[in-house]
Structures are given as C-alpha cells and as structure tokens.
Design a protein around this ligand. Structure first.
Ligand SMILES: O=C(O)CCC(=O)C(=O)O
Length: 293
C-alpha cells in the first residue's frame, strides 16, 4: 500500500507502507490510525444503519441480526468490508487471500455504562489458528469520553490466556469474558479514532473499553478478516464473505453480496448462520444468557 494511506508515523526508519504495517503489527499486535472513510462517507453509512434500526425497531430478532450481520444485510456495509484502504492495510499481515468471518457492530449508546472487559478475541471463536486481523472502523468519534478501545502493546505475544465468563449484562462481549491473568493496564494505549478511521488488532491482543459518557452514540464495525486456511475446530460451516484473492480451502460457505437492502432471503441466511455461531460461541456455557448473535 502507499505510505499516504495509513497515516502511521510511529517508526522512524525508511520502509514502504506495507513493511511498516507488518513490522508494527508484529511488534505491538496493533496498528492505527488508518484513514478509511471521509467524514461524510462514514456519516452516510451511519445514516443507513440508523434508518435500518428504525425500520426494524419492532422486530427484536431482525434488529439483533442487523447488529451481528450488517455486511450481509446492508450493501453499504458490504462495500465497507471490501474497502481498498482496509484490504491494503490487512494484506501485508495476512496475505492476498482474505475472508470476512464477521463484521458485527459494537454500539454504545450515549451516556451509558456498557463496557468491554479485558479479553482476547479468539478465545471462544472455535478457530484452529490465529491468522485473523480485526479492523475496527469508527462510524462516530472513538474518544476517551465515548469509550474508545485500549490496547496493551505486545500482549499478543502471550499467546492464548485463560478467561473467566461473567455474563455481566453491562458487558458487550458474548459471554462477558474477562482475562484471568494480570493485565498491565498502565501500559495500555488509548485507541482514539476520528469518524471514518480504523485500527487493526491481533486475535491475542489484550484489549478493553470503558463506558460512553459522551452525548453521542459510539458506533463501530469490528471486521474480522481471516485467511481461508483457517478452519472451525468443530467442523461447522459458517458463512463468510470472500473479499480478496482466492479461497483454495473451502472451509466456509461463501456468501455473495446482499441481494438488496434488508432482504428476506438474507435475513433467513443470517438467522441460520447465527444459530450455528451461537453453538460455537456459547459452547460449554452454563447459562442461557446470550449477549451477542
Ligand atoms: O468496541 C469495543 O469497545 C470493543 C471491540 C472489541 O473488543 C473488538 O473489536 O474485538
């Protein structure tokens, strides 16, 4: 990718943009900020989402599916997961062949107490490897006030650590899971992003976020890019989007672009995939509480 695309200025050595991204990612387990969308483009996507939320306000099931599958249900989000700046940012890390495993929304309403506890992404996803990068795209400002993410640099090198499930209603994670070993919170970096910017993070990176004390919603799409070689350990066939290169493995079902905005056939596909994903994400859970999917 070109050096202009990323806005990354944290290494002072002469390198092209791709090598710089790969080096920072390897060293810290994250890279940011990337300038993905102009403010007006991000606002248009947000407006599309909020119109859809209003349309589905009386349908709890479809409303929940929209949170988990915006790219399957809204062409504007399908375009976002295929955005050239995101693909150019992720390819130096994962290579040319990319699938999207999920693009679920993390929304904190204005002036609310919801948080995300310290966790590693890959803990409950049932995947057999760590070839995954999350691109977290801010569709409203991610600030200290609105509850931006915090990353612990280098924590991805600790590999997978134990987690404790809390199923706390105030926690936006599927099982309210928390890292059960010490987290060097004082070392953490605040991931402040403007509307339209994105960060990338590793599947084993320790990360969390606090409440939204601002007067606006904090809205983000967490796009999970994976290599097609990744596989569900339980053999489940989940629905993914193919956004770059080739899939020479066939471990997932490839979904095409949404048929149209909020179409009935796409809701049916999402509902089926959601049931399968729930069986993966909540495997072994001792409660019926379902925070996501
Ligand atoms: O949106 C947040 O605050 C947390 C998101 C997160 O944990 C993730 O994208 O992996």
């Amino acid at each position: 990718m070109s050096t202009e695309t990323s806005g990354i200025d944290r290494v002072g050595v002469e390198m092209n943009g791709d090598a710089r991204i790969a080096e920072l990612y390897e060293q810290d387990g994250f890279v940011f900020p990337f300038d993905v969308l102009a403010a007006h483009e991000a606002q248009a996507i947000r407006a599309d989402l909020e119109a859809a939320e209003a349309e589905l306000a009386d349908d709890t099931e479809r409303f929940a599916l929209l949170r988990s599958y915006p790219d399957r249900l809204l062409p504007s989000f399908d375009a976002l997961i295929r955005h050239p700046v995101l693909l150019d940012a992720v390819r130096p890390i994962l290579g040319p062949d990319l699938l999207v495993w999920s693009s679920a929304l993390f929304i904190k309403e204005a002036d609310t107490s919801h948080i995300v506890s310290w966790h590693q992404d890959l803990t409950y996803w049932g995947l057999d490897d760590v070839e995954k990068v999350t691109a977290w795209v801010a569709l409203s400002p991610a600030t200290l006030e609105s509850g931006c993410m915090r990353f612990v640099p280098g924590s991805h090198k600790k590999q997978a650590v134990p987690h404790l499930d809390t199923f706390d209603d105030n926690n936006l994670l599927s099982r309210g899971q928390e890292i059960a070993v010490e987290v060097d919170e004082n070392e953490s970096v605040d991931v402040v992003l403007q509307t339209g910017q994105a960060s990338l993070h590793h599947g084993h990176l320790f990360h969390a976020s606090g409440p939204n004390t601002s007067g606006d919603r904090r809205i983000a799409a967490a796009i999970r890019y994976i290599k097609p070689s990744m596989k569900q350990r339980g053999g489940e066939r989940l629905l993914v989007a193919q956004v770059s290169g080739e899939d020479n493995f066939g471990h997932f079902d490839i979904a095409g672009a949404p048929k149209e905005r909020l179409s009935d056939p796409d809701f049916v596909l999402c509902a089926k995939d959601s049931a399968t994903k729930q069986s993966v994400l909540y495997e072994g859970a001792t409660t019926d509480k379902r925070q996501r999917y």
